[in-house]
Design a protein around this ligand. Structure first.
Ligand SMILES: [Zn+2]
Length: 202
């Protein structure tokens, strides 16, 4: 999170990438289902991030940071919670304004656009330049398009691990990874453990 003038500091404090921080905090402590998918909360003491509906006892507010997307939480150094499983949150983020460029971009990435082609092609499809696309993402999503694609790939893999008994190589391929080796490396970075250790927990 960049901070500059005192003015932008207060904007950062009250409205974080489109999120109203006080509203998020109320939703978090009440475990308000209506907010599921609209933001994620990271606990700075454990470095774990959660959905608002997490069954674990809510952490103290002073230790919590809010993020508009799972990718933003991961970029900030948080790991997905194994209890509330952020990868299963509904796709209903706070930036949602049905026809906005960011929304279209997120949907394309979710459908694998950046698993098959690069950011240039994605920007082209959206009718904007890559720098503009990057700026939009930093502002509204809290992560670059490539970081979002990476999070979504890991999320797909995690769902496959929990819901199927497919061999690892097939999980990697279906999730959109270029290789099993790449899948193992990225998954371990995000979860802090290899995919084989996560399988079957749920
Ligand atoms: Zn959780």
């Amino acid at each position: 999170m960049k901070t500059g003038s005192p003015e932008s500091d207060s904007v950062v404090r009250d409205r974080l990438m489109g999120l109203d921080v006080a509203e998020c905090e109320r939703a978090r402590v009440r475990r308000d289902r209506r907010y599921d998918g609209r933001f994620f909360s990271g606990v700075r003491t454990t470095r774990i991030y959660c959905r608002p509906v997490c069954p674990v006892k809510p952490a103290l507010g002073r230790n919590v940071s809010f993020f508009p997307t799972a990718a933003a939480a991961e970029v900030a150094g948080f790991r997905p919670c194994l209890r509330c499983r952020p990868e299963t949150a509904p796709f209903s983020p706070a930036w949602l304004g049905s026809r906005t460029t960011v929304d279209r971009a997120m949907r394309l990435i979710r459908n694998g656009a950046l698993d098959r082609e690069g950011v240039e092609r994605l920007a082209e499809r959206l009718g904007i330049g890559t720098r503009h696309l990057d700026r939009l993402f930093q502002r509204h999503v809290g992560a670059s398009p490539l970081q979002v694609a990476r999070t979504m790939r890991v999320q797909r893999a995690k769902r496959l691990l929990d819901e199927t008994s497919l061999p690892m190589a097939e999980v990697a391929e279906r999730a959109g990874f270029a290789s099993l080796r790449r899948f193992n490396a990225v998954f371990a970075e995000v979860y802090g453990r290899p995919p084989s250790q996560v399988r079957g927990r749920g």
